[in-house]
Design a protein around this ligand. Structure first.
Ligand SMILES: Nc1ncnc2c1ncn2[C@@H]1O[C@H](COP(=O)(O)OP(=O)(O)OP(=O)(O)O)[C@@H](O)[C@H]1O
Length: 708
């Protein structure tokens, strides 16, 4: 049956129940008999609730959340209203059918509003799921705090002290007012003032210590998580960096780690403080007037509902703001790191515009987020004011009846404003924790991420011949899983031989090199090194034995020597110079102002392309690798440098050499030339053989190797 039909059916059933139960009568009772009525009201409503739930479940052939919500609120509103009336005013005098009608309308309107704002599906699946993940994340963050537990414990001790002291201040304020109203003794007055001073001082001192300890814990947590995160990030496979934006990563490292540290520590701090304070205050307030306390607590469900609604919106917006900040960072980083290209193509304005657009997105999202917050605060304030008015009105009544003194009412009101804040904070803090812990989501995801290309091999034989076999490789890049770059690709590199890969641009030469360096993992087939799959070798060992100089060598800021010995630790200057000589770099390095100690600048920006290339070659040669890969390195070198490098390479007779080159001179002397096109080997042989065959290589040599 349709929801509306079930609703009408349930209303009819409820009318019948009420008629049978004589609920549509005029009711008048005073406090003496009212508590039995209160109990009866609750029991009757419970039975009504059960019957109506049964009706909607039966009629809908399953449950409907909106109807369940309506039945619950419809059945609850009556007894709550009745109980409140009896407790506060001591009597009840009303036409019950009016209450029933009001209940029906209020519950139905509220449920309709709820359903329209947060349809079942999205509310259930998104909200609940998010809460669950947030809880799990929260636990993880707490575990990550383990080394700082002592600091946190110290902070909690001071926190409890601060709260206890703070709690007594309003109490003594009320006492002072009552003393002043009477024919007081100086002694009583001074004692009350002294107590107030003592608790104020104690509270300030403990709060200071608590803050300091919390900040220490937060700072230590942030540093530790940043290092862990960085360690995890640098061990990820190259494909991960191709699918993840740099701005995103730097945002996680800088902003999110801090946010998650603060979110949890500060929220737990606030949560505990508020919790202890709330309990203490509640007991003090009940001792002052339990009736006023019950009245005040009626605000709690309204605040809870408001908070819940607000959280759902706010959390989503916070996430969107975070992502848009990451996108803006991306734009800025891309432009700054490629400033030469930006300048060369005069795209400064369009880059600024792109950055401006992204900042505008962030700005708009922030405005939206702040508007939601402002509306929420306004509604919250209105509820607060309403509650204050009700309290003062009822307070006046009980002072008039002599149940409470003025001083006690002052104490109560002082507690009330604080307690209302505390209860709101208690409700709010859960939402806020969920909000802020969402920043931890990505951090923890990256912390837990296992690289898809494993680096857990253990093999490190003493002797490595350098025999490489590519066996039936099929590979596509993670960013383009549908485009097969290598198809059933097989190739053998013999120890001591030089193999040259040639072919038209985009054929797959660099991809082969990337796979041999284990930047990626082929989807099918494998690469064997001395008969063992590459992944079986220990990560460090493999990269000592298989070295590569790439198309665009990257240097790091630091000295020339640091760059040549990169990843090797301590190395003698003599060894560094020897490698630099082989790479024909010693000459230009010696002419630099500080020789091998000269700073190369960020990314080697203070050197020319050819100089960077030669340092990169020296960096590979110093490792004395068994397999050396040169990916179009000679393109940046002049003829003299190239000859020197060739000579140096020829002097390592047992080395397996894989060269990707576009110059005929480099290729000619290769033991094996492999022509690759469209991800497959189309020709193989020596220069002489291939030229005689007059096939693809012959045509390629005519077309490409212009310098010959
Ligand atoms: N990181 C990447 N992600 C997705 N596709 C890629 C990536 N790198 C290369 N490709 C694609 O893979 C194919 C082979 O590229 P590869 O760089 O291996 O060619 P190449 O033969 O070395 O070319 P060139 O001689 O121009 O350097 C090309 O179609 C290229 O667009």
């Amino acid at each position: 049956m349709h929801v509306v039909g079930v609703f009408i059916l349930a209303v009819c059933v409820d009318v019948i129940i009420c008629v049978v139960d004589h609920r549509f009568a005029y009711i008048k009772c005073d406090q003496a008999i009212s508590y039995t009525n209160v109990l009866r009201e609750w029991v009757a409503s419970g039975i009504r609730w059960l019957i109506l739930q049964g009706v909607i479940t039966f009629a809908r052939n399953g449950s409907s959340r909106v109807l369940q919500r309506w039945v619950t609120s419809h059945c609850l509103l009556g007894p709550i209203f009745f109980t409140g009336h009896i407790v506060m005013l001591g009597s009840f005098e009303l036409e019950k059918s009016c209450v029933w009608l009001l209940n029906l309308l209020a519950a139905a309107t509220a449920c309709l509003f709820w359903e329209m704002s947060w349809p079942d599906k999205s509310y259930q699946s998104n909200g609940e799921k998010r809460r669950q993940t947030a809880r799990a994340l929260f636990k993880r963050v707490i575990l990550l705090y383990r080394p700082d537990y002592i600091l946190l414990f110290g902070a909690f001790v001071f926190l409890s002290l601060a709260v206890l002291c703070e709690m007594f201040i309003p109490f003594y304020t009320g006492q002072v007012i009552d003393i002043l109203k009477s024919q007081y003794q100086w002694n009583d007055f001074l004692t009350a003032i002294l107590f107030m001073g003592f608790f104020s001082l104690g509270s300030s001192f403990s709060a200071g210590c608590r803050g300091g300890l919390f900040m220490c814990a937060i700072n230590s947590f942030t540093c530790r998580v940043r290092v862990k995160l960085f360690r995890s990030l640098v061990s990820q496979e190259i494909g991960f960096y191709e699918t993840t934006k740099t701005g995103d990563l730097s945002c996680r490292l800088s902003t999110d780690t801090n946010l998650m540290a603060r979110a949890v520590a500060l929220n737990v701090n606030v949560l505990l403080r508020t919790f202890i304070k709330t309990l203490g205050m509640l007991s003090l307030m009940v001792s002052l007037s339990w009736k006023l306390t019950v009245l005040m607590l009626m605000e709690t469900p309204i605040t809870g509902l408001l908070q819940n609604i607000y959280d759902t919106f706010y959390q989503k917006l916070v996430q969107e703001v975070q992502n848009s900040i990451a996108r803006a960072n991306d734009a800025a980083e891309e432009a700054v790191s490629g400033i030469r290209t930006v300048r060369g193509f005069r795209t400064e304005k369009s880059e600024s515009r792109r950055y401006d657009d992204r900042l505008m997105d962030t700005h708009n999202l922030k405005t939206k987020r702040d508007t939601v917050r402002a509306v929420y605060l306004l509604v919250r304030r209105l509820t607060e004011v309403g509650m204050k008015v009700a309290m003062l009105y009822y307070g006046r009544l009980i002072i008039q009846s002599g149940e409470m003194s003025t001083g006690n009412l002052v104490s109560f009101i002082l507690y009330q404003s604080d307690l209302a804040d505390n209860i709101r904070t208690l409700i709010y803090i859960f939402g806020d924790m969920l909000n802020s812990v969402s920043a931890a989501g990505k951090v923890i995801e990256y912390l837990d991420r296992k690289p898809e290309v494993s680096t857990e091999g253990t093999l490190q034989p003493d002797v490595l011949k350098g025999h490489v076999q590519f066996q039936n490789l099929t590979f596509s890049y993670p960013t383009r899983p549908d485009q097969k770059v290598l198809k059933d690709f097989s190739l053998e590199l013999k120890p001591g031989q030089m193999t040259a890969l040639v072919g038209s641009s985009g054929g797959g030469k660099t991809t082969c090199v990337g796979l041999l360096e284990r930047f990626y993992q082929a989807q099918e087939g494998e690469i064997l090194l001395d008969g063992q799959p590459l992944q079986n070798y220990q990560h460090k060992y493999l990269h000592m034995k298989v070295a590569m100089v790439g198309q665009e060598p990257v240097l790091f800021s630091g000295s020339v020597k640091d760059n040549i010995t990169y990843g090797l630790g301590e190395c003698s200057l003599q060894r560094v110079q020897e490698a630099a000589r082989k790479a024909n770099a010693h000459g230009f390095i010696s002419q630099l102002e500080k020789g091998y100690d000269t700073d190369v600048g960020e990314r080697g920006g203070l050197l020319s392309g050819g100089q960077k290339q030669r340092i990169a070659i020296a960096r590979a040669l110093i490792r004395e690798p068994q397999v050396l890969i040169l990916d179009e390195v000679t393109s940046c070198l002049d003829t003299e440098s190239e000859q020197m490098v060739q000579k140096a390479l020829a002097s390592c007779p047992n080395q397996t050499l894989l060269v990707v080159a576009h110059r005929l001179k480099t290729i000619e002397r290769a033991d094996q030339i492999v022509v690759i096109d469209n991800g497959t080997v189309i020709e193989k042989g020596t220069h002489k053989e291939l030229m005689e065959r007059q096939g693809s290589y012959y045509r390629l040599s005519e077309r490409l190797f212009t310098d010959s």
